[in-house]
Design a protein around this ligand. Structure first.
Ligand code: CS2
Length: 458
């Protein structure tokens, strides 16, 4: 039997279910990119907020193209199980915050109407790094930002809201980009300037784009997880998500209109998220990517295996503490050493089975904010970062194809650079000025030599 509204009564008594009358609540949020991360993070905070008080904050989930999540969730009336897993065991609850999921390209008008509804106040995003359609220099790539990108749907909705004299929206990026709100704002501005210039002033005057730091480790759900959850709840749940007990959300206090009382359920609303965001990107995500490429090379499959490898653990410690943390200015009360300790403990969670291959995906979109900014900082102070440079060498091996097929929007282009430049030329050919991975970090001869030696040592 499948989990659905009609089956909630059949759940075992120890499985918590939404503590509010869902049908009495309206939609206040449209969320783009309704993958496992959103379901384990923002949707759970929103579910808690609705259980604790009034508020029409149900979420309409949007997939830009893939019907997979829609097909899983529609049959279940949007309900799904959220399981927190640690060495101590599993804790499951049912989340009801998501009303429905639609595929944008199939239900364009319905999406448009939802975004333009007076009751909708927030459009939020977990569309992954590549969903932002950025060119290597960070500007909007208009060829990527086509009619099926989030930008195009937003522009249509803005036109309707403006015509109806409705207030703007809060556009909430929950992706792992540096200054994610500021980037979203700039990219939407670029899109409108090119495609709908009459909306630029309205957007700038009416909408806001708070930056956020989002953190929860959410491995892709496997068939084994679904079987396990079926035995836990007694119902089949195709949309279940598995996560760690830890969760963190820091949000810049810059909303265009009302919002759920997320801060009463663990979120921090602050005037400045920068220190948290950069620490998370450079320390957690930076270490994650290093574990992925170095770990795959050493034959590991999961994060907890890679972090337990004595050949990798010291290097990860060095990357987090001596390279990433040393590049940061902590906020008052932010203890980066304690943060590194906590991250190592989370990486060690043996119950999560977080696949390195999942983290290794889309490296071209991830490593600028995870590694290259740290490299640039230290280079400016005359220092080298051996742990990051070793990780970069492992990534170069990865995109050459050393670990098998490469899942990255730039996979072909990166391979072409490799084929042309070879080991001797790959660093300047990929990271030099006006190259695919050009950034604020300009590799010195010594850094290039370090990476080359690390590639050859393998
Ligand atoms: C990971 C992140 O897949 C990846 O690249 O580094 O998804 C990471 O698990 C989350 O950002 C943790 O909050």
């Amino acid at each position: 039997m499948r989990l659905s509204a009609a089956q909630l009564e059949a759940l075992p008594a120890n499985i918590a279910r939404p503590g509010y009358d869902r049908d009495a609540r309206g939609i206040g949020i449209v969320h783009f990119g309704i993958g496992a991360f959103h379901r384990a993070h923002m949707a759970a905070y929103t579910d808690n907020a609705m259980a604790a008080g009034a508020g029409d904050w149900r979420i309409l989930g949007v997939s830009l193209r893939s019907p997979a999540v829609r097909d899983q969730m529609r049959l279940q009336d949007g309900f799904y199980t959220l399981v927190e897993r640690s060495a101590g065991g599993s804790k499951a609850r049912i989340i009801g915050a998501v009303t429905d999921v639609l595929v944008a390209s199939e239900e364009r008008e319905r999406l448009n109407a939802a975004l333009a509804a007076p009751t909708t106040h927030i459009a939020s995003f977990t569309i992954t790094e590549k969903g932002y359609c950025r060119a290597p220099d960070g500007s909007l790539d208009l060829a990527l930002a086509d009619d099926h990108s989030a930008f195009s749907y937003l522009a249509e909705a803005f036109a309707r809201r403006k015509a109806a004299a409705l207030p703007g929206l809060t556009l909430l990026s929950c992706d792992n980009l540096a200054g994610n709100g500021a980037q979203l704002k700039r990219l939407i501005g670029d899109y409108l300037a090119a495609r709908a210039p009459a909306l630029v002033d309205w957007f700038e005057g009416q909408c806001t784009c708070p930056s956020t730091m989002v953190d929860r480790i959410v491995p892709a759900t496997t068939d084994a997880d679904r079987a396990d959850i079926e035995s836990l709840i007694g119902l089949r749940d195709e949309a279940a998500v598995v996560t760690e007990p830890f969760s963190q959300w820091v949000i810049e206090d810059d909303f265009a209109g009302p919002r759920p009382a997320w801060e009463q359920h663990g979120a921090q609303i602050t005037s400045d998220v920068h220190a948290y965001e950069t620490a998370k990107l450079r320390m957690l995500n930076g270490a994650h990517s290093a574990l992925a490429y170095l770990g795959l090379k050493r034959g590991h499959h999961y994060v907890h295996q890679a972090i337990a490898d004595p050949a990798l653990a010291p290097l990860i410690g060095q990357l987090m503490r001596e390279e990433a943390a040393a590049s940061l200015t902590p906020a008052p009360g932010q203890d980066l050493n304690a943060y590194a300790d906590a991250l190592i403990e989370r990486f060690n969670n043996p119950a999560l089975n977080h696949r390195l291959a999942q983290i290794a995906m889309d490296g071209s979109q991830k490593i600028p904010q995870r590694w290259l900014e740290t490299l640039a900082f230290h280079q400016a102070h005359g220092r080298q970062c051996p742990a990051i440079l070793s990780s970069l060498a492992a990534w170069l091996g990865h995109i050459r194809g050393d670990n098998g097929a490469v899942d990255d929007p730039l996979a072909r282009a990166l391979k072409a650079v490799w084929d042309q430049a070879g080991t001797d030329g790959i660093v300047p050919a990929l990271f030099g000025p006006a190259t695919l991975m050009a950034s604020g970090w300009h590799p010195s001869d010594a850094e290039a030599a370090f990476i080359r030696a690390a590639i050859c040592a393998n």
